[in-house]
Design a protein. Sequence first.
Length: 332
Amino acid sequence: MNYLVTGTAGFIGSAFVRMLFGKSEKLEMNYPQINSNDKIISLDLLTYAACLENLEPLKNDKRHIFVKGDICDRALVEKLVKEHHVNCIINFAAESHVDRSIEGSEVFARTNVMGTLNLLDIARTHQLKFVQVSTDEVYGTLSDTGSFFETTPIAPNSPYSATKASADLLVRAYYETHKLDAVITRCSNNYGPYQFPEKFLPLAITRLMRGQKIPVYGNGKNVRDWIHVEDHAEGVWLAASKGKAGEVYNFGGTGERQNLQMVEYIAGAMKKNPSDVFEYVTDRKGHDWRYSMNADKARKELSWAPRWTLENGLAHMIEWYQKNESWWKSKI
């Protein structure tokens, strides 16, 4: 099998390919790997949040081929599919920062919607399997109870999540209309090494390392379900390998916490006084109150389950940022 994987220099995409080449953070967890005769063609535009350093562990493996390019470039993607006899497209490429989407939405629509449409057209033309990596944010928001199921109606509340929901609907339409062998994965909030420092948890860690306070939106009680990036990566691989055409699979880390609780935990782990390390800031526009993922379908149909506990994952993440100051300092 030859795979075209997009967005591989970003946080989640790079974790996915590192895992498949046996470069996961803890080898004893025995994450899946590709076969010796498989090949991955990585495509990434290398925008601000992407980093080729994320792929450095793969530089000597001939089964990995990196190409700088745009998923909206039809000619380039067609060329890669034909040249490398691609069997499957896995689409991680996306603009993903909610605050940036509020400030300006056009690039989100171009990449997340038009880019996905371009990949879908190519997958249809060449009869390829297609995996769309999406997000729990397409479901909208929850009150203090309940969880998102794959059958939950989508109701996005930010420009970012609206573009991801639009892409999901296109994938659904290509399955229904063209019988494209396509699946959609939706995950909760990811965390782990190599995460770009504008995101909440690496921002918290790196600010404490610099002696600065952590900004907390609103009253800090918004709830997120946290999943380690490698557990998410395994879920995407299982969906690509075993997922049924036309289906959606949710992945969650069973790690629901209020934002303030996460700050307090990180502060304690870094030997800081939790009450001294944060400051409340004006709440984000349209801020979703709570996310919670029901992943029973993935557990049953894909035999998937998270391997990292939130406590172990956060401890490892903090240690990684402490050991890799040069990496994150070059990104701020």
